[in-house]
Design a protein around this ligand. Structure first.
Ligand code: UT7
Length: 332
């Protein structure tokens, strides 16, 4: 093991030799949803002592959507993703919902979504904060590898409900949204070629929210750790996939801060132009951020059959996760 820095995110020398099975699960439908209410930086400047210029320069964010509910946003994105995949909700075998802002303590928001969609399959919430969608993708692919035919995976968060709207150091960053993908078991070539899931609970206190409380964040410490975590997770997943960074056609990083993305990509040797980006218009939407960026790239024709896509995120925990996926588009 090679330690990258004092925070302890590590590149695993053995990653290439590891035994993670390459999984077969094709993404056959995708969709997103943002709540209606949009707050621009100018709106925020009327609420706290900040400016459009400061927010754009320090984070790359221009606007965010707020007042969302996890179950409602998830249902809308899921319906569209299922329609695209031409999958009837009753044919879904498993629902995975990545969220850290469930609408209620219990039941899981996935149970509410399952009912709203008219499904009867198992439903699980996954809380890995902003890394949740990649944790969910890796989990879904293992289920597909194990024989489950159709999985609905959603990343959905409503951070506006736990944001302190009087705290300028956090409220300018966060927003709400959802992204859903349908994953169907495929007998063809593997799609998930490499992955890495990490958590450093010793740093849990740097980004924290009590039950019923608001987000506490040590921004500088999160920033420092995020860059190292993104680099380590991506490096491990690429090594396991046995591919070089130059082989990657598109990187889908967690949309937290343009400066974090820029610094991590520089360390990895990937030009910023290869990154999927929606940050400017969504802010940091936690578990929704990677599917929002992925769907945007897909909708803009940025991914071709057989392209390698690197998804990489980090978040509270401190969790981090990366996946290297060979794009195997649905045959219509
Ligand atoms: O999913 C993970 C979630 N979290 C993150 O990704 C956050 C990671 N951290 C960051 O993105 C950055 O640390 C921030 C964007 C939060 C802050 O950027 P920074 O460059 O680290 O700024 P700073 O905290 O060093 O603050 C610089 C100055 C301070 O004023 P003084 O002490 O220099 O007079 C702050 O009080 O900027 C001030 N400041 C603001 N000014 C205008 C802090 N927030 C604001 C604001 N508007 N919204």
């Amino acid at each position: 093991m090679v330690t990258l820095g004092p925070v302890g995110y590590t590149v695993d020398d053995k990653a290439q030799e590891s035994e993670h099975p390459m999984a077969h699960g094709r993404i056959t439908g995708w969709a997103t949803h943002l709540p209606e209410r949009r707050l621009t930086n100018h709106d925020l400047a009327e609420m706290v002592d900040t400016s459009d210029e400061w927010i754009r320069e320090r984070s790359g964010i221009g606007a965010r959507h707020v007042d969302g509910r996890v179950s409602e946003m998830s249902v809308i994105a899921s319906r569209d993703a299922l329609a695209m995949a031409k999958v009837d909700p009753t044919d879904v075998d498993l629902l995975l919902l990545a969220t850290c802002t469930s609408d209620q303590q219990f039941p899981a928001s996935s149970s509410v979504v399952q009912h709203e969609l008219g499904m009867s399959c198992g439903a699980i919430d996954i809380n890995a904060a902003c890394s949740g969608f990649v944790y969910g993708l890796v989990t879904a692919m293992q289920f597909a590898e194990g024989g489950v035919e159709t999985i609905l995976l959603v990343g959905s968060d409503a951070l506006s409900g736990i944001t302190d709207w009087t705290d300028r150091s956090t409220c300018v960053l966060f927003g709400d949204g959802a992204g859903a993908v349908v994953i169907q078991r495929s007998a063809d070539t593997p799609t998930l070629l490499g992955w890495d899931l990490m958590s450093d609970g010793s740093a849990a206190g740097v980004l924290w929210c009590e039950h019923g409380g608001k987000i506490f964040m040590n921004g500088k410490e999160v920033f420092r750790r995020a860059v190292l975590a993104l680099e380590a997770a991506a490096t491990n997943a690429l090594a396991q996939a046995g591919v070089d960074i130059d082989d990657v056609a598109l990187v889908v990083p967690h949309q937290a801060n343009i400066r974090i993305i820029d610094a991590a990509l520089k360390r990895l040797g990937i030009p910023l132009e290869k990154a999927a980006m929606v940050l400017e218009r969504t802010g940091n939407t936690s578990a929704a951020s990677i599917p929002l960026a992925l769907v945007d790239a897909l909708d803009h024709g940025r991914v071709m059959p057989n392209d390698l896509v690197l998804l990489v995120g980090f978040g509270a925990g401190m969790s981090s996760a990366a996946a290297v996926v060979r794009w195997d588009p649905p045959t219509s």
